[in-house]
Design a protein around this ligand. Structure first.
Ligand SMILES: Cc1cc2nc3c(=O)[nH]c(=O)nc-3n(C[C@H](O)[C@H](O)[C@H](O)COP(=O)(O)O)c2cc1C
Length: 366
């Protein structure tokens, strides 16, 4: 996008990829702060994010961890219940839940989601993921379908949610290889009209097609800053073919210090303490048919679980985030090393720079 096109955009939305799982997100034993996975920590971070004017909070949905010295993601808060608790203690910020298609019935998810939207008076959103880690599902006796079928089922799941949330209650019907809904009834329907924002966080062509047809946002993890342009252009064009608009968010790991050298040294400490066992378990799971992670380096997984590392001074970080905005990202899901401190510091040190550059437009701290 050029400067003129940027002028017409709403500005970059700022979110936090919350540490609702333990040892997130760097797969490394280097932990400068105590672990933040508990609800008390998540609440403290959420309130700081809201105070700083962040737009949204986003969790990870996991059912078991990846082992290793860090027991990576070994503890996690389930994200529907997590969102309910956070929405009850916040006032302005949006909170997402992430549901795995293979283990939720869409009518149950629609009912829970409508309830969350009422609790929050319209601040809830849903990330619907197809699942990729067989280890999570094996323990439940749930089969992970072949990739294409997995997304066909995800498309059905999303169509059912939308139908239940928008059709006259008691009238919605759906018949597919995976679901049969007869006179589907969900009351109350959500506060947000036509429905709460629907995200998918897949990357493959199968995922992008489902997003283009049915979702409001795609959440991506581009392998490099410049690769962002291809991803956001592709999703915009796919959506246009269905006369739709889809917004894109990326998930950078941001680390900034007074000097670039200090920031790079901190990054090196993370890499040098890599948890190779957890990394291997994580990579083995991701290898499953997706092909979505072929361009990612091992370092990217150690630093932020595959997130794009953005490291340097505050000015350098702000400039790179501005570049991501110009390359088509409408939002960022920030991953930090020290979540609470970095949430507060980001609000004070980087948001003003993004505002000066007219990249962040609507973020009002209160
Ligand atoms: C920002 C982001 C968040 C994600 N959150 C989850 C999650 O919570 N649980 C999960 O199982 N997968 C999650 N994923 C993985 C994706 O749903 C998807 O499986 C992965 O990106 C591979 O894409 P593909 O299925 O299109 O090949 C996430 C991916 C991204 C980029």
């Amino acid at each position: 996008m050029d400067q003129d096109e940027n002028n017409e955009r709403d500005g970059l939305q700022l979110g936090i990829f919350m540490p609702n799982c333990s040892a997130t997100y760097h797969i490394s034993s280097y932990k400068p702060e105590p672990d933040d996975w508990t609800f008390a920590s998540n609440k403290r971070i959420a309130l700081a994010a809201e105070k700083a004017g962040f737009n949204f909070l986003f969790p990870v949905s996991r059912w078991r961890g990846f082992g290793g010295a860090t027991n990576y993601m070994g503890y996690s808060q389930e994200t529907m219940t997590w969102a309910a608790a956070l929405l009850a203690v916040t006032q302005t910020i949006r909170v997402y839940s992430t549901v795995h298609v293979p283990v939720f019935h869409p009518l149950v998810a629609a009912k829970m989601g409508a309830t969350l939207d009422h609790i929050s008076q319209g601040r809830w959103g849903i990330n619907i993921v197809s699942g990729w880690n067989a280890h999570d599902f094996d323990m439940m006796g749930v089969e992970l379908l072949p990739h294409q079928e997995r997304y066909a089922r995800t498309a059905d799941f999303i169509s059912i949610l939308k139908g239940l949330w928008t059709a006259e209650p008691g009238t919605f019907n759906y018949d597919s290889p995976w679901y049969r809904i007869t006179d589907g009834y969900v009351m109350p329907q959500p506060v947000q009209k036509p429905h709460p924002p629907i995200v998918n966080a897949g990357s493959s062509a199968d995922a992008r097609d489902v997003v283009a047809r049915l979702c409001d946002w795609i959440f991506l993890s581009p392998p490099s800053i410049e690769a962002t342009r291809e991803m956001t252009t592709d999703i915009r064009e796919r959506a246009r073919a269905y006369q739709r608009t889809v917004l894109s968010a990326g998930c950078p790991f941001v680390l900034w210090r007074e000097t670039e050298k200090e920031a790079e040294e901190e990054k090196r400490r993370i890499i040098d303490a890599a948890d190779d066992v957890a990394l291997e378990n994580w990579a083995r799971g991701l290898g499953l048919e997706s092909g979505s992670f072929d361009n990612y380096t091992k370092e990217m997984f150690v630093i932020g679980g595959g997130a794009l590392p953005i490291v340097g001074t505050a000015e350098q970080v702000a400039e790179k985030l501005a570049r991501l905005y110009t390359l088509g990202l409408d939002g960022v899901l920030l991953i930090f090393l020290s979540f609470y401190d970095d949430t507060v510091r980001f609000g004070k040190e980087i948001v003003p720079l993004l505002k000066q550059m007219d990249v962040v437009k609507s973020m009002d701290a209160y």
